[in-house]
Design a protein. Structure first.
Length: 551
């Protein structure tokens, strides 16, 4: 309630506002009486103070200090009964009150302060009860709409006439989820751009109602209010366009109750979606890990996700680059947005897909047609384009590994492991925001036909001298040699991928060649080392391999 509204009571008909007229629009939520000089220790914001000035009757200069303190405490105003203990209010006090727009009211001798206090508090409480009844009525009405299945759009449409303007709901994906009226361009783009800025401010801990007036070509445009709806992992905005809420608190209460009901409905949707996604993730984790006992069981549980036999597909595994975004809580808060961005990208591709999470991995099974080999090149281009857009908009660095196509459901674990190996291979090369395809399938399949013992002998013979040195040094030398072979013998590129100086690369390669007594630039020796590195992966697939120094 505003101070000017309180003064409409008959008890205040004979008052005079001596100073601070512009402060009559201040809010008043409580009333207090001053009967002791230490009242300043008990003042509250939005409080109207009534007094006879008895406590300062002999020290009128204290009134100046009281007014300053009340203004700093954001009190509503000061009412003084003159003609009793304080005949005249000092001119300096009135000048200060006018300067800071703090109302000073001269109260008549009758009625007494106690009656003023009692009647004023009763009036304030009555107004608050009316507001509470209105808020409860609005909450019940909006809740009824949602419970009857009318959804969030019905709440938006019901709120619009109560605030006298167009009402929109913009979700965390910068989409117009509902609206009471159309949104035309360029106004719609400006709204989404401003919403994007407000969403970014959340990371700085800012969360408040924002009022703006859009300007087009120097001319005043629509007035817009952004009302945040805070949820656990997302944030939406109720947007009020040209709302006519005047000075009444009722439209604001309606907005609050609508925001509460919409927030509860969005939370319910999110809970249902997360529950469904969890079941989906659990099923596909069992699928890619090969835990199903039969194809029939696999098909029975997978039919809800579109799985059928045969199911030609390939697997794409994505992961946030940890060294660039290592904060676990940050990753958790952004995981849903990454998932939604991936869904949008895959839907635009118009190719059947299944997307799910496996811990911190984003796993996609893409329906594949072997007759269209250009799909692979299109996929690489789309993934690279997606990486760049995600980094520019969300500052998230994401890398991908791609497995080879398979024909049947039982082979899905194979393409998943290939995609995962491709991803790990990229990280071992110290790359970021990369797309790595699994290229060694044909060679690996041939190597798997060789007895495990023979492969172990070849591996040991190739790296015999290295297996006898310190583990850390061995890993550095072998990783440097492997990246050197991957970059086709380019020292500068090897240094770039490993984040070391080119002289360090040259030193490690020289030591590597001394120990192995073979040259990395010799075609036969480099082929031998390439095969030995592949054999290391093959031996891991056969069974957990003993540490290299135990061969």
């Amino acid at each position: 309630m505003k101070l000017a509204d309180l003064f409409q009571l008959p008890l205040y008909q004979n008052i005079r506002v001596l100073a601070g007229h512009e402060g009559l629009q201040r809010q008043v939520k409580s009333i207090n009486m001053m009967d002791a000089p230490d009242i300043m220790d008990y003042l509250k914001p939005d409080e109207l103070l009534l007094t006879t000035a008895y406590a300062i009757r002999d020290r009128p200069e204290e009134l100046l200090r009281l007014v300053r303190h009340m203004a700093a405490s954001q009190c509503a105003g000061l009412g003084i009964k003159t003609k009793r203990f304080l005949d005249q209010i000092p001119k300096s006090v009135l000048e200060l009150a006018d300067e800071i727009h703090f109302p000073i009211i001269e109260l008549p001798l009758h009625p007494p302060l106690g009656e003023l206090l009692q009647e004023s508090l009763s009036y304030i409480m009555e107004k608050r009860n009316e507001e509470l009844r209105y808020a409860l009525q609005m909450h019940r009405e909006f809740s009824r709409m949602v419970m009857q299945g009318q959804g969030i759009p019905s709440v938006i449409n019901a709120l619009s006439p109560l605030v006298g303007g167009n009402v929109l709901l913009i979700n965390h994906r910068l989409q117009f989820e509902a609206g009471s009226g159309p949104v035309t361009e360029p106004f719609g783009s400006r709204l989404l751009s401003q919403t994007r800025e407000l969403l970014a401010r959340r990371e700085d801990g800012q969360s408040r109602i924002v009022s703006l007036c859009f300007v087009y070509g120097g001319l005043k445009g629509p007035e817009v209010v952004f009302y945040p709806i805070e949820l656990t992992q997302q944030r939406c905005f109720l947007v009020l366009v040209n709302a006519q809420m005047d000075d009444s608190p009722l439209p604001k209460l309606a907005i609050e109750q609508a925001a509460n009901v919409i927030g509860f409905e969005l939370m319910k949707r999110q809970a249902v979606k997360e529950r469904s996604r969890r079941f989906k993730n659990e099923f596909f984790e069992d699928l890619v890990e090969g835990r199903f006992r039969s194809v029939a069981e696999m098909l029975h549980q997978g039919k809800r996700y579109g799985l059928q036999e045969p199911y030609p597909c390939l697997c794409v595994v994505g992961k946030v680059d940890e060294s660039l975004d290592s904060a676990e809580d940050n990753l958790y808060s952004k995981r849903d947005r990454i998932y939604e961005h991936l869904k949008t990208m895959l839907a635009e591709r118009q190719q059947p897909y299944i997307l799910f999470n496996k811990k911190d991995l984003f796993v996609t099974l893409l329906k594949w047609e072997r007759s269209l080999q250009q799909h692979e090149f299109q996929l690489l281009d789309r993934l690279a384009d997606f990486q760049e857009k995600l980094f520019q908009t969300e500052h998230i660095s994401l890398s991908f590994g791609i497995g080879n196509p398979v024909e049947h459901l039982t082979l899905i674990p194979s393409t998943y492991k290939e995609a995962l190996n491709a991803l790990h291979l990229g990280y071992q090369s110290r790359q970021f925001r990369f797309v790595q395809s699994y290229r060694a399938k044909e060679v690996v399949e041939l190597l798997k036909m060789i007895p495990q013992e023979a492969l172990g002998d070849f591996y040991k013979e190739s790296f015999h001298a290295l297996l006898e040195i310190d583990f850390r040094e061995r890993e550095e030398l072998m990783n440097t040699a492997r990246v050197f072979l991957e970059t086709h013998g380019q020292i500068a590129e090897t240094a770039k991928r490993l984040f070391i100086h080119r002289n360090t690369v040259a030193y490690r390669l020289h030591k590597y060649e001394q120990l192995t007594r073979r040259s990395l630039r010799d075609p036969n020796d480099s082929l031998r080392f390439r095969l030995a590195f592949l054999i290391d992966k093959v031996l891991e697939d056969f069974a957990p391999r003993a540490p290299a120094n135990e061969f």
